[in-house]
Ligand binder design. Structure first.
Ligand code: SF4
Length: 153
């Protein structure tokens, strides 16, 4: 994830992270690091297999619960497609009030109950939305890019 205070873009390791040690400035780390809580931390009912260091996916919820992002370890880019994560994402996607995205670095997929749509490179802060026509055709809008159209599989 991007961290404004550190000028750290998404998909890039933090300079303060050290393998085997963690945060080398812990206690002095930025406010956004202090307040950030992934879904595994805030939801006591999450199964142990969804712990980020085990499944390689960090789940975040924002926009008042309207958006869930599965930020996936680029070292294991297929992790969001594995169970139990993928099934859980699909179940959440059934809620029409929520939009589900998987991200690997800057690459994004819109997750829907019946398909996952590859929408290509984007930015975690880009405006991302979609619309579903009665025939099941999905139109995805990412920022000011040309819309992406996906027919029902
Ligand atoms: S908690 Fe520490 S290592 Fe992690 S992003 Fe923040 S400053 Fe970097």
């Amino acid at each position: 994830m991007g961290i404004d205070e550190l000028d750290k873009p998404m998909g890039v390791w933090c300079n303060h992270f050290k393998a085997g040690q963690g945060c080398t400035v812990y206690g002095f780390h930025p406010q956004s690091c202090r307040t950030f809580k992934c879904m595994w931390l805030i939801s006591p009912t999450m199964p142990e297999q969804i712990r980020p260091d085990r499944c390689k996916v960090v789940l975040t919820i924002d926009q008042g619960g309207a958006r869930i992002v599965a930020a996936t370890d680029p070292g294991d880019p297929g992790a969001w497609r594995r169970e139990p994560i993928h099934g859980q994402l699909k179940r959440w996607a059934a809620d029409k009030n929520r939009t589900l995205w998987a991200m690997v670095d800057r690459h994004a997929w819109l997750i829907l109950p019946d398909r996952d749509i590859d929408v290509g490179e984007t930015d975690e802060n880009a405006f991302m939305t979609y619309d579903q026509a009665p025939d099941g055709t999905i139109t995805v809008v990412i920022g000011d890019r040309e819309p992406i159209v996906s027919r029902r599989p």
